[in-house]
Structure formats: C-alpha cells, structure tokens
Write a protein that binds this ligand. Structure first.
Ligand SMILES: Nc1ncnc2c1ncn2[C@@H]1O[C@H](COP(=O)(O)OP(=O)(O)O)[C@@H](O)[C@H]1O
Ligand SMILES: [Mg+2]
Length: 367
C-alpha cells in the first residue's frame, strides 16, 4: 500500500501569499506554518516506504492541489490560515472533497482547539479542570464586578488567576494575575490580540505534566501490534524554575531534557499511573480518535487538572539537543520516531478501513 499511496502532508498556509485567501483577516489563533514538522513527517513516511509524498499549504487552493496530485490520503499538520476555529478548516475541506485524512474530524479539531468548549466537555464528562469563566468583553472593555459569569465561576475566590486565549499555542498571551484587580486589563489585552472569547481560570500552583495518547495500533521496530486499548505514552514533568509561573513558550526556549523530565523513576510510579488513567478517561469519555497531547497541572493539594488536549501536538523529529514532548518517551517502548509516525498512520488506516469503510473508497481501491 505504501508503495502505491500518494500522500500529501498539509501545513499552515500563509495568508499573505499570493492567491492563498480572498481577503486576509484576523488570526484568533497565533499563526505558525508548521512546515518544518510537515517535512519531518514526510521524510519519515518516505523512509517507511511511501514513494509519492508532497507538502501542500492549507489555503483556498487546497482542493485543486490535491486533485492535481491525485492525492489518496492527507496528513493534517496545520493550525489553519486565519479566522475563527482555524484548525477545523482543513479537515472540513477534506470532508467536503471526500479525501481521507490523518487527523481529527472538523468538529473534534474545533472542540479540542477551543479551550472554552473543551472545558465544558470535560466538566460534563466528570474530568477535573480548573474553575473557569469564559468572557467576551463588550467594546473591548472588561470589569470582573460587572460580570455575573465571573462571579458565578469564582464566588469568594480572590486569585491568583490565569487569563488566556481560548485558542492558543505555546503559552502565547497567557497572563498570570495575582488578584481580581489585575484580571480586567489582562482580559482586554488578550481580547485585543485574539478578538475572541477569553478564558479566565483559577491558577493551579502545583507541578506541571504532559502525557500523550494515541490509538491502539502501534509499531515497534517496524512491527505492528494491536494493544487492545489506547496507547498512553511520554508521561513527563515540565520542570518549572522557582519563579516560573507559566511554562515558558517553546518559541522562546526549545524543549530540552532539562525542561521536560520523563516520569520513569520508581518514585514517579504513582503520578505516572494517575496521568495514564486521566489520558484514558479523556480519550474514552470525549471520544478522541487520534493522537493528542494533554497538558496537565496539579493544584496545591497535588490533584491533577486537565489544562488542554492539543489536537496537533508537535511531531518534530528528535535531534541532538531538541526534541518534542510527544517523542521523548518513545525509547522505553522500544519505539523510534519512525515507529511513532507509522503508529499514527496505521491506527488511522485501521479506523478508516474497518469502521468508516464508506469514507475510504480511495484507500480500498489501493489494496
Ligand atoms: N489554570 C492554570 N494554572 C496554572 N498554570 C496555567 C493555567 N493555565 C495555563 N497555565 C500555564 O500556561 C501554559 C499554557 O497554557 P495552556 O492551557 O497549555 O495553553 P497553550 O499551551 O495552548 O498556550 C501552561 O503550560 C501552564 O504553564
Ligand atoms: Mg499547552
């Protein structure tokens, strides 16, 4: 199949490029091209035996590009180009075109990348997440005391708070507020940048963690196996400096072994088991179908709360000094970066061919 498959890896298109959009607009989500990682994914697929693979930007020419390439399958590595709910645009277009893809469906991509919607889902699924208020300043102005939503969410709680975009990445525009008095200005600032809802949360002062979870089919040393349950991996602590309230953006400090510590010592067993259980609960109760990375933080009592589930976690190929939070924990499972890529590919193929047969006629014809 890999020999005959024509695959396109889609990265974030640039709204300033000629012909990318009809009219450039605002970016509610901080824009990034993700092209370098799309290349890493394409290179891995080539090493795995895929002979016809190309890179295509996510923009309004996507359908023509995929048609011209006669693409059988797309791999989504894009956060979108512009506008609201931009991570959902490419999967929505692929649904429309009838091209199968690796990535979340448009609804799930939109939910996971909209922290305000995702947190409501977590609440209804009985999964712990920091107390929150979703606010939309009127004419850019915001006062906590005028807002019944804020009062209802926090009642007597006086802070500290976190103010952040509902659709964000890499800790950008995340603001720490020591008390209520600081919240109004922070909300106005985030709104000014994103022009979208703003999330105000209780500040969780404990340790910070990540864990990745993917479907049950994995590759180890190129051999596929079915685990019978989703695959939770790379549980790690994001090591914060003493005065670091918010994990510094990876745009500023790349992920290194000092900044992220795998939880593989005997004394880590308890928190590791809790993280894996939380990942399984999120996967099962929310109905996630392909790789996500959960960001998690403990409160002052050590209780774990889900901050977010990243629908397009960084899949950078590890190099000598820089790695990704998802790839860090692969060696303990006897897996390489190429195994991770093959796992995500094979698991999605299984899903498309066994459970969504009608959607994958193009792939059926190949085999
Ligand atoms: N409620 C919170 N309590 C404590 N820290 C938080 C909270 N929300 C966010 N943070 C900090 O901000 C960082 C970024 O927040 P996150 O929700 O993961 O958004 P994103 O990664 O999309 O920017 C987290 O890694 C964490 O360090
Ligand atoms: Mg995060």
């Amino acid at each position: 199949m890999l020999k005959r498959l024509r695959m396109s890896v889609i990265y974030g298109g640039n709204k300033s490029a000629e012909g990318a959009v009809i009219e450039p607009t605002n970016n509610a989500r901080s824009w990034k091209s993700y092209e370098a990682v799309a290349k890493d994914i394409a290179n891995a697929m080539e090493r795995l035996g895929c002979r016809r693979i190309n890179l295509v930007p996510d923009d309004m020419r996507l359908g023509e590009e995929l048609k011209a390439n006669n693409t059988h399958l797309a791999w989504l590595n894009t956060g979108g180009v512009q506008g609201l709910c931009s991570v959902a645009h490419a999967p929505a277009m692929l649904e429309l075109f009838g091209i199968p893809y690796i990535g979340h469906d448009p609804m799930m991509a939109g939910i996971l990348d909209s922290k305000h919607v995702f947190k409501r889902q977590l609440r209804s699924a009985g999964i712990a997440t920091a107390s929150f208020a979703i606010v939309l300043p009127e004419e850019g102005k915001y006062e906590t005391s005028d807002d019944p939503v804020f009062e209802n969410a926090f009642r007597g709680y006086e802070g500290p708070f976190i103010v952040k975009p509902v659709s964000g990445r890499a800790s950008l525009n995340v603001i720490y507020c020591a008390n209520r008095a600081e919240v109004g200005k922070a909300v106005e600032e985030v709104y000014g940048t994103t022009r979208n809802f703003v999330l105000v949360e209780q500040y969780l002062s404990g340790r910070e963690y990540c864990v990745a979870i993917a479907g049950p089919i994995i590759s180890r040393g190129g051999q596929l196996e079915h685990l019978g349950h989703p695959f939770a991996f790379s549980p790690l602590e994001r090591v914060l400096d003493a005065d670091e309230k918010i994990f510094t953006s990876m745009d500023v400090k790349p992920i290194s072994g000092e900044r992220a510590r795998l939880l593989n010592r005997p004394e880590d067993a308890k928190v590791r088991a809790e993280l894996e259980q939380l990942a399984h609960d999120v996967w099962n109760r929310i109905g996630i179908e392909t790789l996500v990375r959960l960001d998690i933080r403990a409160d002052e009592n050590g209780k774990l709360h889900v901050l977010e589930a990243n629908p397009k976690p960084d899949l950078k190929a590890p190099s000598a000094n820089v790695t990704s939070l998802v790839a860090m924990g692969l060696p303990e499972f006897g897996m390489s970066y190429d195994d991770l890529i093959l796992s995500v590919f094979a698991d999605r193929m299984d899903m498309l061919l066994s459970q969504r047969r009608g959607k994958a006629d193009r792939l059926m014809r190949l085999i």
